[in-house]
Design a protein. Sequence first.
Length: 287
Amino acid sequence: MRTSPLTGGAALVLVAHGSRDPRAANATRALVRAVAALRPGADVRASYLDHAGPRPGEVLTALEAAGCERAVLVPLLLTAAYHGRVDIPEVLRTARAEGLRMPVAISEVIGPFDGVVPDLLLAGLVRRLSEVTDVRPVPSAAAETGVPAAGERGPAEAGIGVPDPGFDAVVLAAAGTNDATARGTVAQAAVALGDQLGVPCTVAYASASAPTGAEAVTALRAAGARRIAIAGYFLAPGLLYDTVVESARSAGGVVAVAPPLTDARDIARLVLSRADAVIVSSTALAA
C-alpha cells in the first residue's frame, strides 16, 4: 500500500454505530489498534454514534484543541444506509455549528461502494471463515492489490484452495436494513463471496428484512446443501450477530460459524484505503 498523507498531520477518526454490548466497543478499539499498527505515526481514534462514547464531535473537538491540523472520519459501516448517508454528515454539521474549524473529510463506508465489492472486504470474510473451516485465507498481496505476488494465487482462485473446505454452502449473516439499496450491496457481497469460494452463498438478516437465518439455511438445504458455514457480515459481535447466528443454527445443517470481522488485518487495510482515497480525491478537505 502506498504512503498516505495521513502521516502528515491528519487524524483518523473511526465512527462505529455503537452498542450497549461491551464486546462491540472492544472490537472497535481492537480495529483502531490494528489500523494504527499499519500506519505508524497516524493518530487513530474510535468514536460512536450511539450508546458508547465518545461521540465523533467530541473526538474532533479534542483533536482540534490538541493542535491537530485536519481529520478524516471513516464510517465503520458495511452499507451506505441511513447512518452513513445522514447521521455522520449531520455529526459534522453539528460540530461546525458548535465552533469546529478544523478541516474534516468523510470517507466512503467500508462496505461495497459504487457497485464494487472491495477485495479486502472479501479477504476479511474468507480470513474469518478460515479460522473455523479448512478454507484458505486470501494471500495478503492479492487481496490488497488484486495482483498476486510471486508464488501467490490471485483473489479469484484463493478462496477454497483445498479439495474439501468443510462446507458446501455459505450464509452471509448481516444485521438487516429497511433500505433496499443497502440490501442490494449486501447481496452483491454475497454473490462475490460465493464466486470466490466456489459455493452457493445467500444472505440472511437479523432484523428489518427477510430472510432470517433459519430461512436462508432452509433454502440452501432444499437446494441440496448439507454442510453450511456462516460468514459474519458484522464488524463487531452483539445482539444482532447473535440473533442471526442462533436463527441459522436452529434450521440444522450448520457446521461452522465465523466470528465478526473485528480487527482482521484486511479490514484495517480497507479502512486505510478508504481514508487515503478521500484525501487523494480532494485537493482540500471539507471546510
